[in-house]
Write a protein that binds this ligand. Sequence first.
Ligand SMILES: [Zn+2]
Length: 258
Amino acid sequence: MMDAAPIRAFSDNYIWVIPGERDPARVAIVDPGDATPVLAALDTEGWSLGAILVTHHHADHCGGVRALRSRFPVPVIGPAGETIPERTQGVAAGDRVELEELGLAFEVIDIPGHTRGHVAFYGHGAVFCGDTLFSAGCGRLFEGTAEQMNRSLGLLRRLPGETRVYCGHEYTQSNLRFALTVEPGNSASREYLEKVQNLRSSGRPTLPSTMALEIAVNPFLRCREPTVQKSAEQHAGRTLDTEVEVFATIRRWKDGFN
Ligand SMILES: [Zn+2]
């Protein structure tokens, strides 16, 4: 199973480094919003860059592509439906990304909602899901609808429970405060919060998560649970008839949550 390493960028972004299967020092990176910390990490760790994967068009995920490409003429793989700087291969649902030189291959999953063309890369027991699924939370709906986002999360939810979940930001602790507001009785979330607090107080990342853990703690993957539905109905002050309505209600609730 893959073990990707984080490079920190901006205040809470992670640029993930995927070791090649042939030579772990030859790497692919995911979502380089900033070239500077990537160049520093390549230098310190003795990695060489073999490919760049991009999940969506936001600058904090692809703002470093141009500067990296000017140094390393590597493939840049990103969503076909979005404008990604220096993209060499546009991908969409069902495509397979073959990075032969690195011995890596990924399946592309379309996960619109945060942005219209957002994709995830799934392979080697891991999923790189950008700003769609966060640990204990999900991305904001900037370009898509609640219905799209709920469907996208449903696709990720179907991945094997042991799948490692590599998200684009370190939001876990604040997401869990919200998750526990929606489901105060969720003991898995309480246990997880304790673990997350320990990791954060020693400055360590809480990621990757796993899909099984997310299904247990993430309210946005739990819209069919009676506890989540009831809580959403209380917040909305009315009956919610569909999973999408429950999802839309807790997404709006989270938007105004501090
Ligand atoms: Zn984003």
